[in-house]
Ligand binder design. Structure first.
Ligand SMILES: [Zn+2]
Length: 113
């Protein structure tokens, strides 16, 4: 499962950070997840709980900031919100768009005890 390996990676990185800081445990991990990242948030939450067992992140919570997807039209420079990779510019109907935001998967913050 895709989300399982993502959860393992996140918890791994967060635990290393917490260890470096000499923390006894992690209380919260904050993530940015873009709408076009292909990640199922429910599934990630579920995997997170099982991956945390036996680590510094055990009993921690996962906060996910879901980022909307934004694109800019290469023809008319208009920017707009999209919900798929293939989208039409609402202004000039061009398909030549550049995705500005929405593919993110970023570890934003790790709160430790
Ligand atoms: Zn346009």
């Amino acid at each position: 499962m895709h989300e399982m390996s993502i959860a393992m990676n996140i918890v791994n990185i967060a635990c290393k950070e917490a260890e470096k800081d000499g923390a006894s445990s992690i209380s919260n991990i904050e993530l940015d997840v873009g709408k076009l990242s292909g990640i199922m948030i429910d599934s990630l939450q579920f995997c997170y709980d099982s991956v945390c067992k036996g680590t510094l992140a055990e009993d921690s919570t996962l906060s996910i900031n879901e980022l909307t997807a934004l694109a800019k039209c290469k023809q008319c420079n208009d920017s707009f919100e999209i919900d798929a990779f293939m989208a039409l510019c609402p202004n000039c109907e061009s398909y030549e768009i550049e995705i500005l935001q929405g593919r993110e998967l970023k570890l934003r913050a790790v709160s430790v005890n």
